[in-house]
Design a protein around this ligand. Structure first.
Ligand SMILES: NC(=O)c1ccc[n+]([C@@H]2O[C@H](COP(=O)([O-])OP(=O)(O)OC[C@H]3O[C@@H](n4cnc5c(N)ncnc54)[C@H](O)[C@@H]3O)[C@@H](O)[C@H]2O)c1
Ligand SMILES: [Zn+2]
Length: 380
């Protein structure tokens, strides 16, 4: 069974990756948080499929399990949800040593993570991600938090889990569109760190999409290892962790503008017969953002055009967008980039590829070059 150890100066934990891992959850949790009561927080989309096995396993290991279900979706990643969790924790007398298990995608992981970080100044958190995005990205590295009406992830804490258990079999019920979005983050990891993984991923797209358990286990383990290594080198995003923002300054601008725009119609390429997808999901915006960053790097002579072409080819093979005619308002997109919270001192800082497997942080990119990159995205 692959297991990745994340070692920080004052804390270490393991990320265990295995098909069927939830059936052994109880004993794993008992090893890090031996207490009588465990809270398990889920959303409605895993209540009937994956929560029962996790609950059975926790009970078999001697826990009294308090299950609480939150509604699914980014709209529920709020302080209201956190307050609701505090009420549950108080009502069931959770103590400093009582484990709190988060089972579902990144929305549950981030929300429950923040509740666990702040309740009694921190109770043991066990992340059980069930989306590919959460497995390779949000459940690893200790960022927790919720949204405010003013913007995404504006309240939060760095709070590392006590344990992460990733059951590859849960991906069988994940809709294809969500799996593709997770693959956008995998492509990101490969672009920033691992040319070999980039090629491997391209060769295994079909096996991944057909949910082949061995292939998914390898995919997740390799991506978790990259995310963990970046976090170990820079836990609080003072340096190298910024590389994980590759594609994201552009992506956040797409996400910020698409809700205020009426021009969002569709993106290219479309799968035959696929209905109008409406606003881009985060992973789709990341795919577009990485391509924009690659176009920019090629235009600035920082990167070979063949690397950009390989990125576009991989994303297309996965079924992610690499160009979009929903991005007509370049001024609005550039305006949104300026107010992204990753902007340092009012300057747009970008992570640009030099080649497949390596990126560089670039400050002060001229606005004209950014504008040209957005336009390449529209007309490709
Ligand atoms: N903390 C971090 O470092 C970090 C990093 C990246 C993203 N995030 C956050 O993660 C969130 C996105 O996470 P996500 O993409 O997992 O979204 P999500 O949590 O909304 O999950 C996507 C959908 O899939 C459903 N689902 C989950 N598991 C399922 C399964 N096995 N089968 C069927 N359906 C399932 C969910 O109920 C939801 O409807 C965002 O809020 C983002 O800000 C955090
Ligand atoms: Zn992302």
């Amino acid at each position: 069974m692959p297991s990745v150890d994340l070692q920080l100066p004052h804390h270490r934990y393991s990320i265990e990756i295995e098909p069927g891992a939830l059936s052994a959850l109880g004993e794993k949790v008992r090893a890090v948080a031996p207490h009588d009561v465990a809270a398990m927080v889920i959303d409605e989309n895993v209540a009937d499929t994956h929560a029962p096995a996790a609950k059975r396993s926790l009970e078999a290991a001697g826990f009294e399990v308090v299950t609480h279900t939150l509604p699914a979706g980014e709209a529920h990643k709020t302080l209201d949800a956190v307050r609701e969790l505090y009420d549950v924790f108080v009502k069931h007398r959770l103590e400093r040593k009582s484990p709190v298990v988060a089972l579902s995608g990144g929305v549950i992981g981030d929300t429950v993570g923040f509740a666990a970080a702040s309740y009694l100044r921190g109770v043991p958190l066990v992340q059980c991600p069930t989306t590919l995005l959460a497995m390779v990205d949000s459940a690893v590295g200790g960022k927790t938090g919720v949204n405010l009406p003013a913007g995404k992830n504006l309240v939060g804490a760095f709070y590392q889990p006590a344990l992460v258990v990733e059951d590859i079999n849960t991906l069988r019920t994940l809709p294809d569109r969500q799996l593709r979005c997770g693959l956008a983050e995998c492509a990101k990891h490969a672009m920033i760190h691992d040319a070999d993984l980039f090629a491997w991923t391209g060769h295994h797209v079909e096996a991944i999409m057909s949910r082949d358990a061995d292939t998914l286990t390898q995919l997740v383990a390799r991506n978790v290892a990259i995310k963990a290594s970046v976090v170990m080198a820079d836990e609080k995003e003072a340096g190298g962790r910024v590389h994980l923002n590759f594609g994201h300054t552009f992506a956040h601008a797409i996400e910020a503008t698409q809700f205020s725009s009426t021009s969002v119609t569709h993106c290219k390429p479309r799968e035959p017969g696929r209905p109008d997808p409406g606003p881009h999901e985060h992973g789709e915006a990341v795919a577009l953002g990485m391509v924009a960053a690659a176009h920019l790097a090629v235009g600035a002579d920082r990167c070979d055009a063949s690397a950009c072409a390989r990125l576009i080819e991989l994303l297309n093979r996965v079924g992610l967008p690499t160009a979009s005619d929903a991005l007509a308002d370049t001024d609005a997109l550039i305006g949104a980039m300026r107010i992204d919270k990753k902007v340092a001192d009012g300057r747009i800082r970008l992570v640009l590829p030099d080649r497949v497997g390596h990126v560089t942080i670039v400050e002060d990119t001229p606005i004209d070059a950014i504008r040209a990159a957005w336009e390449r995205l529209r007309v490709t």
